[in-house]
Design a protein around this ligand. Structure first.
Ligand SMILES: O=P(O)(O)OP(=O)(O)OP(=O)(O)OC[C@H]1O[C@@H](n2cnc3c(O)ncnc32)[C@H](O)[C@@H]1O
Ligand SMILES: [Mg+2]
Length: 200
């Protein structure tokens, strides 16, 4: 089976990637499988820079092609926050629950029509034999005032997707992949994925 290595430790993200890559015939491996000790500091100022930092560190170590995803939630009423700080918005312990609580508190006086937001996902592809590059996907939505749904991860329980009339956390991984920022970014890669990975 063809393998794709993703420089992530986020199990929710890995599940999203499995739903996206599985049907294309790929087995998904993550940092937990190939370099459990690795922890790359996300010092970039954009999603793209951070995705490149994570992918480059692992590609250098393994000397093979890897991809990384840096993603987050941009809320218009918060001037784009939490943005690249989405994972650690409520503190370094990276708690999805605390992050959601913080966002809901900050938006408590904001009316629904002004709660627009988008998920952003930058995927970096880095290989020892070709130039690194990134693609970006987005997904527009509205921040709800309370949690609903148990699928997905991160901010999915408060992210309402108008096109589906559901919260992101109410979608199956497959349904999410069809409309999500991650799915949209991957669409841009899919055409030349086999060329990038080889047929191994
Ligand atoms: O860096 P890695 O190891 O990949 O894992 P991470 O969780 O730290 O990932 P990021 O640095 O890219 O931060 C992304 C954060 O943005 C949020 N996020 C990204 N994509 C999401 C999605 O599809 N659904 C809900 N929240 C998402 C969530 O809080 C993530 O922790
Ligand atoms: Mg991270």
């Amino acid at each position: 089976m063809k393998k794709i290595i993703i420089a992530t430790k986020n199990k929710g993200k890995a599940k999203d990637f499995e739903a996206l890559f599985g049907p294309l015939g790929y087995e998904v491996l993550t940092l937990h499988d190939v370099a459990d000790d690795m922890d790359v500091e996300e010092t970039g100022t954009t999603f793209e820079e951070n995705a490149l930092l994570k992918a480059t560190a692992l590609a250098n170590r393994l000397q093979t092609m890897v991809i990384a995803d840096d993603s987050g939630l941009e809320i218009d009423a918060l001037d784009g926050r939490p943005g690249i700080y989405s994972a650690r918005y409520a503190g370094e312990e990276k708690s999805d629950e605390a992050n959601i609580d913080k966002v809901l508190e900050e938006l408590k006086d904001i009316k629904e029509s002004e709660r627009t937001a988008r998920f952003v996902c930058a995927i970096a592809v880095v290989s020892p034999t070709s130039e690194p590059f990134t693609v970006r996907g987005t997904c527009e939505g509205v921040i709800a005032s309370e949690r609903k749904g148990t699928n997905g991860f991160g901010y999915d329980p408060i992210f309402f997707v108008p096109s589906e009339n559901k919260m992101m956390a109410e979608l199956t991984a497959e349904e999410k992949g069809a409309i999500s920022h991650r799915g949209n970014a991957l669409q841009l890669l899919a055409a030349n994925l086999d060329n990038l990975v080889g047929k191994a």
